[in-house]
Design a protein around this ligand. Structure first.
Ligand code: ZN
Length: 283
């Protein structure tokens, strides 16, 4: 947090310097005029940070490349997984949680590493009440309507906080080195599914635009954690009773190419859309 604030301050100073370039600028007072400041603040916090490509993970590169501690410097809200696909990652309010293969949740240690994740600093641009959304198809249709309105070529992080009649989720058993199975192969035997009935909690959702289909999964991806942070997972289906939906519309995308031993050799030209649909949705 401190680092982010410092960055913002530096950017603001730089903006101030730039604004001194035009011939019209004459006094120091002009640097305190508001036009430069909001852009600098927006650019600093409004970026989706991604560790690796989803296509690297789905090919079986489960080696972590950033630590939980480092990830927390890139955002306070997001989704992902851990080294060896050791559970589903959901980050809420700056805390990184692991939903384990039995659906229970723990706080992830700072030194654990992460092979794939998307995070951002969550600043709600809009907030609304939603209710009676009976399944994930209806939720996606509702959210897609909003995307059409807000713009389909941006990234959106959302939070849904409220009560749920049901959340169907999954996690998976940790894979052991050497990692020889693709994610679809690993999940075929090691995925575990669970239903949480009449529960309260938070869904964190990411929308990637269609042009991201070779770097991630286009469309929506949701992870869930209960309000008491005891249960959670990758959402397969849900039934929302009543909740608050918040959107964070982001302006930028930043992807880290991992320095794992597998990454240089991966064939990332392969079309994995069928595998990705399978691992994301069980279809
Ligand atoms: Zn997931």
């Amino acid at each position: 947090m401190k680092k982010a604030l410092l960055c913002t301050a530096v950017l603001f100073l730089l903006s101030g310097c730039n604004s001194s370039a035009p011939a019209t600028q004459t006094t120091a007072q002009n640097t305190t005029e508001p036009q430069a400041q909001p852009q600098a603040v927006t650019a600093d916090r409004e970026t989706v940070f991604q560790v690796s490509l989803l296509q690297g993970l789905t090919l079986g590169d489960y080696y972590g490349s950033v630590t939980v501690k480092e990830l927390k410097e890139k955002g306070d809200t997001g989704i992902g997984t851990f080294e060896g696909v050791n559970g589903e990652l959901v980050m809420v309010d700056g805390v990184v949680y692991r939903a384990k293969s039995d659906g229970s949740v723990e706080v992830a240690p700072d030194d654990e590493t992460i092979p794939f994740s998307n995070v951002t600093f969550f600043d709600a641009d809009t907030t609304e009440e939603i209710s009676g959304i009976a399944n994930i198809g209806d939720l996606k249709a509702y959210l897609d309507g909003k995307v059409a309105e807000y713009g389909k070529n941006r990234f959106y992080m959302i939070r849904i906080d409220g009560s749920f009649k049901k959340v169907s989720a999954r996690s998976e058993l940790k894979q052991d080195e050497p990692y020889t199975k693709t994610l679809a192969e690993a999940l075929a035997t090691d995925q575990r599914e669970f239903d949480f009935e009449e529960t309260t909690g938070t869904v964190v959702g990411l929308f990637c635009p269609e042009y991201m289909k070779d770097l991630n999964a286009a469309g929506w991806h949701f992870h869930f954690v209960t309000e008491d942070k005891s249960k959670g997972g990758h959402v397969l289906d849900l039934d929302i009773d009543k909740a608050e939906l918040k959107w964070d519309n982001t302006d930028g995308f930043n992807m880290l190419l991992p320095e794992t031993k597998m990454f240089p050799e991966l064939d990332l030209t392969k079309d994995q859309s069928a595998d990705i649909k399978k691992v994301e949705t069980n279809e």
